[in-house]
Design a protein around this ligand. Sequence first.
Ligand code: HEM
Length: 380
Amino acid sequence: MSFTAAAFRAPLRGSARRAAQIPKSQFRTNWNRKFSTPPPAPEAKAASSTGLYLGLGAAAVGGLGYYFFNTSSGKETGSALKSELQAAKVKANFVPTKEDYIKVYNRIAKLVEDAGEYDDGSYGPVLLRLAWHASGTYDKDSKTGGSNYATMRFEPESLHGANAGLNVARDLMEKIKEEFPWISYGDLWTLAGVAAIQEMAGPHIPWRPGRIDGFAAQATPDGRLPDATQGADHLRNIFGRMGFNDQEIVALSGAHALGRCHRNRSGFEGPWTFSPTTVTNDYFKLLFDEKWVWKRWDGPKQLEDKKTKSLMMLPTDYVLVQDKSFKKFAKAYADSQDLWFKDFSNVVSRLFELGVPTEQFVSPEPWIMPTVEEQGEKKN
Ligand code: HEM
């Protein structure tokens, strides 16, 4: 995929402009997990996607019977049936254009801003985490997983340890899905990831629609997402399975400029940077500029900055400055935000397309979705 010059944008916009305040770490006592992902369970063979690929309309209508008889949860079945039916009805005589997807983008952008007291005042980070966890389950050998079928809607994938807390993001997306029933969950979640990055002052992420809703049988086994307690080999195994190399692993990790860890979700606690709602290369800068020490506490092993003790790094973040090959790329990104924006844009765009057969996409090249600010500039 080619990266266009349009994907660069430097100035801060909207809420991202506000210097984010780091609220005092809230200590929550009801945490019970130690790992971002528990040790992998034996890989249950995921259902072959080719056998189940039914095409847009057929997936919505023909698949209903299959789905109905293959899930145990009544509630899950009911809501999936409703949304599939709605989608099928709408799809029968409605072909969305880029303008329609921009309307969904704008609705997500508004929601990102309307977070009130939630975390640091933005839903952006948790929406990006949803898009990444929906995509990062891809296995290039079996061609299973990835963003195509949005299988995190189904148990047990929704309950995998790595996905703890993402119900917040899925519930937010459900509201948008009600307003735009024609969009597939995979397109909606990845578009939310794109909107989150772009509206929090990051680079443009080339994106195009075409994902279809799948079934519970296509859900991926646990253990496909990274475990934050591990080291370089683990990162290479997990991201290598998705098809990413060292440089891409480092570029992707820079997403931790955003958001924070929640004790009652992953067991870890705290933000990585002082501006967790603005996309910057501060994550890389801080890795090099601060002295990182192991936090003394009763939680899982994580690092804190010696100076303020208000920032954190996971063991998998810290490994980016310990491993020689990773370190080279991390240093380059610490030295140049432009370089990181360019590489981040390319690799996130690819991440969000993992598992989607090319013929499903509605356009041969990804689109650049304009930010809300850029749309305003065009009108004026
Ligand atoms: C390198 C391997 C990675 C590991 C081990 C990892 C692990 C984690 C963990 C443990 C959390 C905290 C979850 C919580 O307690 O709420 C987290 C949050 C987050 N991760 Fe990662 N992650 C990785 C890669 C990525 C990638 C590739 C992206 C996106 C491209 C990403 C985006 C995020 C975001 C935005 C958050 C903040 C969510 C929030 O504020 O609610 N991470 N990650």
